[in-house]
Structure formats: C-alpha cells, structure tokens
Design a binder for this molecule. Sequence first.
Ligand SMILES: *Cc1c(COP(=O)(O)O)cnc(C)c1O
Length: 416
Amino acid sequence: MVRSNHIEQTDPKVHAAVRDERRRQEESLGLIASENHVSEAVLEAQGSVLTNKYAEGYPGSRYYGGCEHVDTVEQLAIDRAKELFNAAHANVQPHSGTQANMGVYFAVLDPGDRILSLDLTHGGHLSHGHDVNFSGQFYEVEQYGVEPNNGRIDYDSLANHATEFDPDIIVSGSSAYPREFDYERIHEIAADVGAYHLADIAHVTGLIAAGIHTNPVGDADFVTASTHKTIRAGRGGLILTTEEFSEQINKAIFPGSQGGPLMHNIAGKAVGFKEALTPEFTEYAEQVVANAETLATTFSERGLSLVSGGTDKHYVLVDLRDSHPDVTGSDAEECLHTVGITVNKNTVPGETRSPFTTSGIRVGTPSLTTRGFTQSEMETVGNAIVDVIEHSEDRDVLEDVSTLVDRLCEKYPIYD
Ligand SMILES: *Cc1c(COP(=O)(O)O)cnc(C)c1O
C-alpha cells in the first residue's frame, strides 16, 4: 500500500511529499503524545475502495443502495467498540474527536446552554468551549482548573463551581492533564446539579480499551474518543453512550452535523479495534505507560519540573520555567527538531507566555512504544532530550544526539 507507484505516475509532487513524510517518520523519533503509527492492515483499510461508497444512514437503514458490504464493515466497527469499552451503544461515524464532541452537544444542548470544562491552558481542548471554537460561540462556558500548588484538579472546588454555575453539561477529559480523572466523582457532581457528564477520552482511548485506565462508561452519559492517539485505528472519532441516548446521538451525527460517513476510515477503525482486542495490545498499552514513567523519572533526576510531579498516562508535561527560565517551549521544540526528535511546545498551568511560545513541552510515548522501545531506550532518549535543552549551542552534543537518533531509528523501523 505504502509503496504503491500509482501516485508517482499520476502526481509526482504528491508522491514525493508522501515519500518524504514516510522518511521523516522513519528517520526521526516521534514523541508527540497525540500521534501514533497504525499497522499496515489499518493503512490498507483506509486506502481501500470503500472511499467510493456513499452510505448516509446506519447499517440496515441507509439512504443509498449497494450498502451490504459497508454495512458489514460498520457493524463490525460498532460491535468491536462496544466490546472494547463495555458500552451499550457506539457511533463510529464522527470524522474526528471534535466532531464527536459537536455531536454530543448538538444532541442534548440548546444554544446558550452551559458547559463546565477544563481550562485550555490547564490541559483542556479547544472543543470544550474555547472562544475560537464553535463550542465557545454557541454555548456559555466556564472552566475549572488545576491547583497551583500540585497541578491537580481539586474535586471539592469543582463541586462548588458546579453548584454556583449550574451547568447543563460537565466535561471531563483533557489533552495535557497528566493524571487520571475521577469519573465517578464527576458523575456525582453532575448528578447533584442536574447536568450531563461527557467524558472525552480522546487521549487515553487505548489505555482504557486495554483495561489499564478507569473506563468512564457507566459514570458518564456520553464518552467521546479519537481513534488515532493511544489506540491505533486511524484518524477519526467515536461516541459511546447508553441505550437511552442512542437515537439522539445517531441523529445528531447524521443528519445533524455530518453527511456521508467516511467508510474507508470506518474500515480502519474496525481493523484497529480488532487489533486492540488482543492481549498484545494490552501489553503495548502497559509498555506505553511504563515508558512514560521512565521518562518522568529520567527528567526529574535531571532537574526538570513536571506538571503534577509525574504522570499516570502516556506523556509528561515539562514546565521549563523552574529549571531553564530562558528556554521557551518553542525554543526546546525547535532545537530538538534539528536533531531529529519531535515534541510539541505546550502551555502549562499558570502560563505566562503566548500559546505560540509557551513555557512547556509535552513528551509522549505511544509512537516510540509502537516501534518497540522499552524502558532502557526511553531512559536514553530522555537523557538525550535534557542534553539538547541544556546544551542547545554545543555542536558536539547536538551531533552526538543526532547520531544516537539515527542509530535508534535504524534499529526500530516502523514499516518493513
Ligand atoms: C485530540 C483531542 C480531541 C480530538 O481531536 P481531533 O483532532 O478533532 O480528532 C478531542 N478532545 C481532546 C481532549 C483531545 O485531546
């Protein structure tokens, strides 16, 4: 699939860019917490003839003829999602995690209703009510944050905030909060104020599917997920809910906010979910977290401050202000890029710089774990990252790290 020569003949420019991107992935160390590498099987499903088929509606009830085979595919994706998360209902059509959140809001909120969610600079997501996103423009939003002293959510103050604000929906879940959410507690808080609870598990989909993180199904009315971060099912979104809300959710996605489903991506989800049901995937997810713990220990030993002091998840969030007040998140990101290490700059709680500069970096382990990295390689990579941050002007250090990156990439290829 990946090496097909049809693109080369039809469109040499796109072919060259795809080839270069493949090379970039193979020849650098990807530590962006929201990225991963899907299997050849998922790539093949996504590059299949299913992209040609219109299938508005749901399996067994479509607005187009000829849907018998795509029905099979979508039903497999649905059944596997239900099994992975022990959910009564799954909608596998959202084109992305943001579309999944839009579907939930559209299903149960009216314009002007109230959302209570985690602050973006404390780890929240744009689709949780940021003012540049539709969610901030259609709804009235207040945000909760983490405590300045320990970087953690204080659930008593969240309960008080909910009582004062009286939200219609409380959103749990984050892009950059390194600790697990207490879904049960948020469920109680939501029930007390008569709000829905939406758990957005976009980042930890795979950790929950593998059974190593708490599953919010049962404690949340709606669970939204992305299918391309810690789970390797290709780019897309997913909604899980109860029997009670199944119709409302289906209608909110189609015809409410999307048109025809991307059947090739749904095929990717079906295949990726099947892979996630195996014991090998559980081992993978355990290794992802073990690798993040190793990164946390390595960084701490080298004097870097971590938001919340460590991690329960697949990434650490480094706050550079204590150890390296003159190094911004974007300085670190750029310098690491020059030696073939990819991370992203990230805002930290109490951020004093702009989101384009930031004072932190987020460093994640899903991609390298897919390549086969274990704790010893992660310790090596963690030390290399600190070396680069500390000696960003020293050409010998940068050259040494560059050589190390080449060696590791060669030893752990992504695709054969
Ligand atoms: C990544 C993410 C999403 C989904 O993002 P898409 O890019 O729209 O797929 C949603 N919520 C959170 C918390 C995320 O981290």
